[in-house]
Ligand binder design. Sequence first.
Ligand code: ADP
Length: 522
Amino acid sequence: MDRLRPQLTYVFLLPMLATAAAVLGYYTWETASQYEQLGKRSIAQSTLALVEERVDRIEEQIISQDNAVFHLVDLKNEGGLKESWLPLASRISPSTRAVVVLNAERKVIDYSARDSKNGRRAFLKLFRRRLLPELKLDDLPLERLRHLHTRVKRRNYLLSYKAVQHEGEPYFLVLHHDVGYLVREELTKLFGGEVRYNVVDDENRRVAGESLAGAGDYLVGRRFPTTLYRWRLQVAPDAAALLESKGRSDVVNKAALIGLSLIVILLGMVFLMYAAFKERHLNALKSDFISNVSHELKTPLSVVRMFGEMLSTGRVANDEKRQQYLEMIVNESERLSALIENVLDFAALERGQQNFELQEADLGELVMRAVDTVRYRAEREGCPISVEGLRDLPPVKVDEQAIVLVLVNLIDNAIKYAAGEPIEVSADVQRREVRVHVRDHGPGIPAESVKRVFERFYRVRREGPSIRGSGIGLSIVKHIAEAHHGRAWATNAPDGGAIFSFSVATARRAVQPASVEEGSHA
Ligand code: ADP
């Protein structure tokens, strides 16, 4: 259960963190979108206020002209429009083109127009035929101003009209506005450069102004309520198209940023899980290492102590036995000091305190030095050591002690794991490297462990009697080889046994004294 607990934590933690990251991403998106909407809305609101104000102003202008003109009409003076209205027309009613007075029978009793003779006649004809029938004169309450906005022969007409009473008789006053003038002059005057505008009819055809395509959500429109009621005035901020396209690219950027953040969070989580897993694994290996080393230290010490006590108390049968005991004490002490040396070296590597003193050396000679160190032990264990190809090797720049340590470790392993079998040490040159191989005729390395034997604390689990060890020897070998710009590797020989090799760069290549970084050798 204890072993399961951390895994259970991950099983729950990972989805929870992923959910939290997703929720965070969602709310970030939401909030950013809301701010954007808010920004859009406030721009749209101020534009709407502007459009409403402009529409009202145009309407007011039309209606105030209507009132001014109708005020001038004097029904007592039939045909008096020419004198009462025409001279003042351009000042008090610049958009008015014509004024018509009708009697109760809808007959034109007075008509005046600011136009040429032909123009005057043509309008009157059009008025009688096409416009008059559209006016809603029946039941028109007195003094109530009405408007007719219509299209005839593809032209827009705006008529203002009202019913009045004179001497008990109803009359109708009709006024014709020039819509072209209204749009050209009055509307243009109302807008500065800060906005773009146009006027569209009820079929969405543009009748004035510029195209506002691309303004998107920033386009705001309002219909003229009473006068030009077939038209809508549309307005967009000058920078609408820019804002719209920026909004679109903002959405893409926002999505990309949130997506990226989520990926980073998820990758971070996966990495943390992996690191935690690795750490747990390493901790397990470390505690194995401690128990292995304690055992390794204890066993030779108790042997030394036991035989030492026997020798000191004189409880030895004969000289031969005494010699045997002494040899055993020497053997075990050797193993002890080799182990302690390895542990100390490993500790130094771990702390990053190992500095290599590089000097030019002959690798063949170093191999022989290492072989001499272990030869006695090897022969005792029935492992004759043969050497090959050690002559005429190119010089290398190495830390001699470190390289001897590498070789002693490899040969020691061969003695340990392939007891009673011969050991062959050889060297060769490949490109700019000198390679050294230690071959034994033991059980070899299981395929799945070939790559892992150089990991710190890693030990192959084998069946049968366990072989003592600490799991750090090969990691020291790998580290030292790499510090010499070389590498360490293991293979299984086709006809049985393991071959452990390492390489170092030849002296021709500049080799910097390498200081060891913590953990870089595992
Ligand atoms: P140790 O020998 O103290 O366990 P090492 O780092 O020296 O630690 O070796 C790691 C593992 O590699 C050993 O546990 C052993 O299983 C395997 N190994 C090393 N040398 C040999 C060899 N010559 N033959 C077979 N296996 C070996």
